[in-house]
Ligand binder design. Structure first.
Ligand code: CP
Ligand code: NVA
Length: 313
């Protein structure tokens, strides 16, 4: 179906946020991810001789290893550096060193402006591997997982519910889910709403696709009729000093047996991981037969292979 030497190249120079891909590119990427997952050997030389530079300001298990493996399994390579970007020398110099050596950059940053700045100054594609605003690579793997689980290519008519912080993961899922036609509900405590500009964009996408968007403080209203119930940690990386206050604010926003029972009987449980058991999710839900958290983790590899193919070939 996809000739490894004839992959559609994205029109976007970088993948800094979910909406950098067009709807058609996103659908193509998801089909390609499924193909790459089914026949990985067909792509064993697709990135021969290509290398990415990975700049991570924060820790990672899944993102780091799946990008490194994705490059290696397609004939390419990666170099990794962990630490603050733009402190030892200006970001614009870092970007213009790296683009002399590598074919693409993958950056995990505190501030979206850092990954945007790398893209502005480097001549090679830059991929956002998590920022304060977005986690777009995670959202790709998540919608791949939902498509697989429900056996559909279009997601219209499915409802995705996010319980917890209106954070980077929630914001990317909201944009990516709604543009694929999924209803999206988010239940969060007061003071932890998603970014208003991203909500405005999400409302625009919902108006186009006809999907419904609900942002509420009421977990039962959000969970009702959900095909997928998703959560993430209450305190993200960099918010550790707010952990105590957040534990108090989020105590009613735990995905446990009672909450999960309010979703559809065939609903799946999703989490980007790492998870904090007995905070945002109980062990019973993490280990539930309908928990697909490790499918999500696996699909990080396949979705990112598709993304790399579309950006680097
Ligand atoms: N979900 C995710 O991005 O995991 P890591 O922080 O381990 O990369
Ligand atoms: N919201 C979390 C996601 C980790 C993958 C964080 O930013 O730490």
């Amino acid at each position: 179906m996809f000739a490894p030497n004839q992959i559609l190249k994205t029109a976007a120079p970088d993948f800094l946020k979910d909406l950098d891909l067009t709807d058609d590119e996103l659908l193509y990427l998801l089909d390609l991810a499924a193909e790459v997952k089914a026949s990985p050997g067909d792509y064993a030389h697709a990135l021969d001789g290509k290398n990415v530079g990975m700049l991570f300001e924060k820790p990672s298990l899944r993102t780091k290893l799946t990008f490194e493996l994705a490059m290696k399994q397609m004939g390419g390579g990666s170099v990794f550096l962990e630490g603050p970007i733009g402190v030892r020398e200006p970001l614009k110099d870092v970007a213009r060193n790296l683009d002399r050596w590598v074919d693409g950059l993958v950056a995990r940053v505190f501030l979206q402006t850092t990954v945007d700045g790398l893209a502005e100054w480097s001549r090679v594609p830059v991929i956002n591997a998590l920022s304060d605003l977005y986690h777009p690579c995670q959202a790709l793997a998540d919608v791949q997982t939902i498509r697989e689980h429900f056996g559909v290519s279009r997601l219209n008519g499915l409802k995705l519910t996010f319980i917890g912080d209106g954070n980077n993961v929630a914001q990317s899922l909201m944009l990516t889910g709604l543009r694929l036609g999924m209803d999206f509900a988010l239940a969060c405590p007061e003071g932890y709403l998603p970014n208003p500009e991203i909500v405005t964009q999400a409302e625009g996408l919902a108006a186009i696709t006809g999907a419904r968007l609900l942002i509420t403080h009421d977990t039962a209203a959000a969970a009702a009729g959900a095909h997928a119930v998703y959560t993430d940690v209450w305190a993200s990386m960099g918010q550790e000093q707010e952990a105590v206050e957040r534990k108090r604010a989020f105590r009613r926003y735990q995905v446990n047996d009672t909450l999960f029972a309010q979703a559809r009987p065939d609903a799946v449980f999703m989490h980007c991981l790492p998870a904090k058991r007995d905070e945002e999710v109980t062990d019973s839900i993490m280990e539930h037969p309908r928990s697909v958290v490790f499918d999500q983790a696996e699909n990080r590899l396949h979705a990112q292979k598709a993304l790399l193919l579309m950006m680097l070939t």
